[in-house]
Design a protein around this ligand. Structure first.
Ligand SMILES: [Zn+2]
Length: 322
């Protein structure tokens, strides 16, 4: 079973599509071309990594382009054998004078719907608000996301620079709006920040899932708390290596989470940048991090349970797993 619960739309733009869209929009090709502007050839640091992801941002200002990118992202995921894809994106980065949050979300969810219809692979959009945006902006993002609840949007997330913007308090209201709309709640936390950031995201924002959470293992009490509370950690080993968060995939804390009884699910974060996919991430768990077939079964079970799925789709996927 291949369920991808942590993947960014902005990290799934095909370089060939970027080149075509740039030609239409009159955006000059970057030095070295789009392939080089988007892809990494090896580990860097978070700043360089995010520059590669941000290279795709100009394309999302056109609804047609955003729709195409979203459709192709779902098609690529289905072609790689995925059973379900949750795709997150930050609409506030993609608005301009003419297009608002709802326009961006409508374009992305429409593209995803087209992709799912064409391939038969279900998908759900997770709208992300950003740490460096103010409360008003993020509340507007939450209200816009809420309008699409049950219409393509399944979840709500907080992303961005955790070291520069560690406070969660300013975003509480946005998450309350998202929870009231019955969106699933996830939060990038304890990725660059301390273990306590994960517990705060659960307690202050209502997160049931934590993105990356690599530093949770630094604090045995919080690690145990996450296991006891059933907090789900979305792990993306190759991404953590490429951003410099860990020195090698072999150093990923996945085995420590597993041994502590923390529920794990898997993602590929920004696969166009790192050249990975979910099958490869599973391979890393087996070949590098010592996971057994039973351990992977536990990941499948947690993924089915923690995915922001409607009951019908969850049931259909569970039946497929057997
Ligand atoms: Zn992420």
């Amino acid at each position: 079973m291949l369920i991808n619960l942590h993947s960014h739309l902005e990290g799934r733009v095909r370089p060939t599509t970027a080149a075509e869209l740039a030609a239409v929009a009159g955006i000059a090709a970057p030095e070295g071309g789009w392939e080089q502007a988007i892809r990494l050839t090896g580990p860097v640091d978070l700043t360089v990594y995010l520059t590669k992801v941000a290279a795709t941002y100009p394309f999302f200002r056109s609804p047609d382009a955003a729709r195409r990118i979203a459709r192709e992202a779902v098609e690529d995921a289905a072609a790689s054998g995925l059973d379900y894809l949750e795709l997150r994106f930050g609409p506030a980065t993609h608005t301009d004078d003419e297009r608002g949050l709802e326009d961006v979300i409508a374009a992305v969810t429409e593209g995803m719907r087209e992709g799912s219809e064409a391939t038969g692979m279900p998908s759900g959009a997770v709208v992300a608000c950003l740490r460096h945006h103010d409360s008003d902006t993020n509340e507007a993002v939450a209200r816009a996301a809420a309008l699409f609840a049950g219409e393509g949007v399944v979840g709500f997330d907080l992303a961005g620079d955790e070291l520069l913007y560690p406070a969660l308090e300013p975003h509480r209201r946005a998450f309350a709006i998202a929870r009231a709309a019955e969106l699933g709640i996830t939060c990038h936390a304890a990725e660059a920040g301390p273990a306590s950031a994960a517990r705060q995201a659960v307690e202050q924002l209502g997160a049931s899932r934590i993105g990356h959470g690599a530093h949770i293992v630094d604090d045995p009490d919080i690690l145990r708390w996450c296991a006891d509370e059933g907090v789900v950690v979305e792990i993306c080993p190759t991404s953590n290596w490429y951003t410099g968060a860990i020195p090698a995939v072999a150093a990923h804390p996945a085995p420590r989470f597993r041994d502590a009884g923390v529920r794990l699910v898997l993602g590929d974060d920004n696969p166009m940048q790192t050249g990975t996919d979910l099958r490869e991430e599973r391979g890393i768990l087996i070949d590098v991090l010592g996971f057994s077939a039973e351990h992977l079964d536990a990941i499948d079970e947690a993924s089915l349970d923690a995915a922001f799925l409607d009951p019908g789709t969850r049931h259909a996927l569970a039946a497929k797993q057997k």
